[in-house]
Design a protein around this ligand. Sequence first.
Ligand SMILES: Cc1cc2nc3c(=O)[nH]c(=O)nc-3n(C[C@H](O)[C@H](O)[C@H](O)COP(=O)(O)OP(=O)(O)OC[C@H]3O[C@@H](n4cnc5c(N)ncnc54)[C@H](O)[C@@H]3O)c2cc1C
Length: 386
Amino acid sequence: MTEFDFLEPDLLDEDHRMIREQVRRYVNDVIVPQADAWEAAGEIPRQAFRDFGALGFLGMRHPVEYGGGGLGSMASVVLGEELSRSTYGGVASAFLVHSDMSMSHIAHRGTHEQKQRYLPDCIAGTKVGAICVTEPHAGSDVAGLKTRAQRVDGGWVINGSKTFITNGVYGDIYIVAARTDPAAKGSRGISLFIVEKDNPGLKVTRKFEKHGWRASDTAELFLDDLRVADDALLGEEGKGFYYIMSTFQTERLVAGAMSTGQCSKAIELTVDYTRQRRAFGQTLWDQAVVRNKIAWMASKTAAARALLYQCAQMIDEGKDTVREVSMLKAFACETLQEVVHGCLQLHGGTGYIIGTPIERMARDARILTIGGGATEVMLEEVAKRM
Ligand SMILES: Cc1cc2nc3c(=O)[nH]c(=O)nc-3n(C[C@H](O)[C@H](O)[C@H](O)COP(=O)(O)OP(=O)(O)OC[C@H]3O[C@@H](n4cnc5c(N)ncnc54)[C@H](O)[C@@H]3O)c2cc1C
């Protein structure tokens, strides 16, 4: 623990503390020295997934039987916070989408055969996963998705398109949401399928250039008469919307962890900077207005962190957490915007220069109030439950 891990929750046990130390060491020794090159390349080398997998960090929540760690949500929280403290949001998102957002669907709903076929490789980092829900005309409104899966002899034929898919260019295993019952309205009649990269019907039509998260690849996909066998159906036919919403709870918890990890690191960098930067005959830190601003950002980060750990505990207790996790996603991700921009301001012109961590963090942070449930959508989920 450092003085920038505001509010050390009692909920962490010895395992979590050990994971935190190990991930932190890996981040400092391996990720940080290489991540500028990954940002420039717009991709993370496969070896990095394999190395991270070999340490056991890509399957901490997945069943032991398939090579996972069998741990709870708190392990994902620790992983999300520590990867995000790297200051490279793109690296964190590529690993976390793989481990906690894509593979979770197979771990939760897969048959024994599906788990056996995919989880060990994904947990080892030899295969990389993506989750394909968003479409050009259906983002926040998941029930509006139009990709169509038609039953044919021995399987399904899928047609449609997906966009903004993390790990979509270089991934191997794609969880694809498609409408299996066109007569069913809205959220009904959607199912999930497992699609492998070498399927000739899966075409990567674009790799996006992005404002932030540059080390992670983001794809537009075209599903062109894509044929899969019956055993590619994940879970029950027609329950895909429910599965997506349920896995969103993990995804949003991890987004909360990414936010608090980045907030803590941004504040740490800013305390260091303002303590050494001199102006008007004293350090910036000597100005009460500067110190107070940083203390206020630290207070909000501690509040977000308390909510984060509480939500992880509630999920692990099997409680309905939609309201609290929606509060967390909205509050932590909005707090992050205030913190990174407040910290960038205190770095002055230095914070505006490409290559400084705070400049990259400000760019990376921006997506977190949009992706995986925009703040407005999250607050509607809260309001519906009041
Ligand atoms: C870098 C990146 C990575 C991503 N990775 C993935 C991925 O791996 N898999 C995947 O499936 N998707 C992914 N996405 C998609 C992401 O989840 C969507 O962008 C997000 O759900 C918002 O959808 P949209 O972009 O279509 O915005 P829209 O739904 O068009 O919404 C635009 C804006 O309108 C506002 N808004 C929307 N709904 C409401 C409402 N009900 N009330 C009030 N205001 C509202 C919000 O401000 C919102 O930001 C990614 C996106 C990005 C940019």
